[in-house]
Design a protein around this ligand. Structure first.
Ligand SMILES: Nc1nc2c(ncn2[C@@H]2O[C@H](COP(=O)(O)OP(=O)(O)OP(=O)(O)O)[C@@H](O)[C@H]2O)c(=O)[nH]1
Length: 671
């Protein structure tokens, strides 16, 4: 079941996830931005390095060119080819030393300036066949061949143009510029008389870059590139032990020396990427770029000989980044707490309001329920409710009293089987005809008179109203309201009887008798059955009144009515149709049978005189006219007329007799 607390927990969880995701997203965006910026800055620093390097190379070539254009230098280097040689072809050592002294004397002033002011660390002159003629920076090293160990010198000799670049030599690894020394010959092409090479260490170059940019620069060499060419005594220091990654050729800050020494750096030829390194409790980002030597600049397949390392202190940036991250987390947390507080506040207010509404509604429902209960139980009408199967769901006190059942006997039981099973005449009451069952099917309100049966088997008439019970928008049963109409029925029947009865004699009055006669005429017309009509008139009744008084006359009339009731069948109808005139309707009697009945009545009257209060016997006779009802008779006046005619005959023939209408005497089927 979804509870209020669970909904709140779910909303809090979702809100929390949203804030965590948003905070993580913004932090990640921030970090990406910083990384992008750091990468861009390091790349810019590399470009700065390259630009400075190109400038330095250009300067080296210019310096070498300056010497190569010096006439005394050209002359001395040209004379090297003419130096006296021994029988084995070797140059005379004394002559060579003399030439070298001459050259040193010429270039020494400029060499001093180059060292002191321009940071130049190498100056070498070679013969055209690349024999070291003079190493100004290493005066005692000369006479060795540079063929196949110095590609830049070979290129300058071959191309006769200046070249520059990084190259690892025997005594020196650094930036070099090489120019050919050409001697002009009259009317011929210039003759190559030697090569001048000027080199500079990278230390000064990267130190200047560090001064101008504030970041560290360093040059690392691949051991495999150093060993074959460089003399052992000149090889730069390498890293320690198993972590040997490279030679450290130059560095502008001490951190790189520390990282190389402690083996924290990847090998020089590892894939290049930004490395996060630590030194002196600070954080650094280091980026390495491949370093190609002179030959590698022209031969694409030649691997780099080392790497240029650029690193910068990112401690402040990381601290700022960490602060920004903390700020974002705190902001996210505060935002979450604020939203959470708002949600909880709104939820609490809504809950209170909802609870107040619920309490008010509950009170209202409870009051209504109590009121309904009181109304239900106090109602005079019987009220019960049933479900769709016709089972009683509730019933009030009046209904129980009228039906004679206890509540536990009736609740849950099918009302139709319990007290609605029979008609008033005892015939079974099919459920298909039951108005309550119909309402359960079609939801239509019904009101009608009906018949319920009490627990003791006695039935009683009811007027019931059956209304559908709609719950949650659908038909879910019915409510029946009824009341006992026994008294009404009795009053109604009494009124009807009163309206139909002659007050003096208790037989049917004229209006009712005519109604019954009309009905019988219809039956005879439809079913061709027999029926007869008697018209009875007391003889000389006026005399009775005149002799014994009106009250006795009334008694005589009552006596006739009583005798007629005794003589005639129960199904016969006796009516007083005039003052002292009676008529009798005899259903199912033909004319002969009617004459016999009339005769019995005449005789009964003859033998049953009325005795007055004084004990006087009042003898009265009656004349009776008889006719049978005919299928052609449309109105009561027709048979009444014939009966009157027969009566008239009886009177005329002397009274106290029965006369059948002449039309009925010969044939009974004249109609
Ligand atoms: N006591 C009494 N007399 C009634 C009542 N209705 C009619 N009468 C009398 O019945 C008498 C009828 O008299 P008539 O019509 O002359 O006929 P009759 O005297 O019976 O003579 P016949 O019919 O010719 O034999 C009248 O005197 C009426 O006053 C009644 O309700 N009570």
């Amino acid at each position: 079941m979804i509870t209020y607390r669970r909904i709140l927990a779910l909303v809090s969880l979702i809100t929390g996830l949203i804030f965590i995701s948003a905070t993580a997203y913004f932090i990640r965006q921030d970090e990406r931005q910083h990384a992008h910026e750091r990468n861009g800055e390091l790349l810019a620093l590399r470009v700065t390095y390259e630009v400075h390097l190109a400038e330095l190379e250009h300067n080296l070539i210019n310096l070498a060119q300056m010497l190569a254009s010096e006439p005394e230098v050209i002359r001395l280097m040209s004379s090297a080819a003419q130096l006296p040689r021994g029988v084995d072809g070797s140059i005379n050592q004394d002559a060579l030393d003399s030439l070298r002294d001459g050259l040193r004397t010429v270039i020494d002033p400029q060499w001093q300036v180059m060292q002191d002011q321009l940071g130049i660390r190498q100056l070498q002159l070679t013969t055209p066949d690349l024999i070291s003629l003079l190493r100004q920076h290493a005066p005692d090293e000369h006479g060795d061949s540079l063929e196949r160990v110095r590609p830049m010198l070979e290129a300058a000799r071959r191309d006769r143009v200046a070249h520059s670049g990084f190259e690892i030599g025997r005594a020196f690894a650094g930036l070099r510029g090489v120019v050919p020394v050409l001697a002009q010959q009259p009317n011929s092409t210039p003759q190559l008389v030697g090569l001048i090479e000027i080199g500079a260490l990278l230390d000064g170059h990267i130190a200047r870059l560090t001064n101008s940019t504030g970041v560290g620069y360093g040059v690392l060499l691949n051991p495999a590139a150093v060993s074959p060419t460089m003399w052992q005594a000149f090889q730069p220091p390498t890293s320690n032990g198993d972590h040997s990654c490279c030679f450290l050729l130059a560095t502008s800050r001490h951190e790189l020396r520390y990282w190389v020494g402690s083996g924290q750096l990847h090998p020089v030829n590892a894939p290049y990427r930004i490395e996060r390194l630590h030194a002196d409790g600070r954080d650094f980002d280091l980026l390495r770029f491949p370093l190609h030597d002179f030959l590698g600049q022209t031969v694409a397949s030649r691997p780099p000989v080392g790497a240029l390392a650029v690193w910068r202190d990112v401690t402040p940036a990381l601290q700022a980044q960490q602060a920004a991250r903390t700020e974002k987390i705190v902001s996210g947390l505060l935002g979450f707490l604020l939203v959470q507080g708002l949600i909880l506040g709104v939820a609490r207010l809504s809950r209170r309001e909802w609870q107040a509404q619920l309490a008010a509604q509950t009170r209202e429902v409870s009051t209504l329920a109590q009121r309904n209960e009181v109304l239900l139980m106090a109602a005079e009408e019987g009220i019960f409710g049933i479900d769709l199967e016709g089972r009683t769901r509730f019933i009030n006190t009046s209904a129980l009293r009228m039906l004679g059942f206890r509540q536990d006997e009736i609740e849950g039981e099918r009302q139709h089987l319990l007290f609605h099973h029979s008609h008033h005449d005892g015939q079974p009451y099919p459920e298909a005809d039951c108005p309550i069952a119909k309402t359960l099917k079609d939801g239509v309100v019904r009101r009608q008179e009906d018949w319920f049966t009490r627990r003791d088997g006695r039935g009683f008439p009811v007027e019931l109203t059956c209304a559908p019970l709609i719950e949650d928008g659908r038909l879910n049963g019915a409510v029946v309201v009824f009341h006992d109409i026994s008294d009404n029925k009795q009053r109604e029947e009494a009124l009807i009887a009163l309206a139909n009865t002659d007050a003096l004699t208790g037989v049917a009055n004229r209006r009712h008798f005519l109604e019954r006669l009309q009905a019988e005429l219809g039956r005879v017309g439809r079913h061709a059955t027999q029926a007869s009509l008697l018209m009875i008139d007391l003889d000389h009744f006026k005399r009775v009144n005149d002799t014994y008084g009106h009250a006795t006359g009334d008694e005589v009339l009552r006596n006739l009515a009583a005798l007629a009731r005794q003589t005639l069948r129960q199904s016969d109808v006796i009516g007083r149709v005039g003052g002292e005139e009676f008529a009798a309707l005899l259903p199912d009697d033909d004319a002969a049978s009617a004459v016999q009945t009339a005769e019995r009545l005449r005789k009964a009257l003859e033998t049953h005189p009325v005795i007055t209060a004084d004990g006087v016997q009042v003898m009265v006779t009656a004349s009776i006219g008889v006719t049978r009802l005919r299928a052609t008779d449309q109105k009561p006046e027709a048979p009444l007329g014939r009966a009157d005619e027969a009566l008239y005959l009886a009177k005329n023939q002397g009274r106290n007799r029965v006369v059948l209408h002449p039309g009925d005497q010969t044939t009974q089927d004249s109609d």
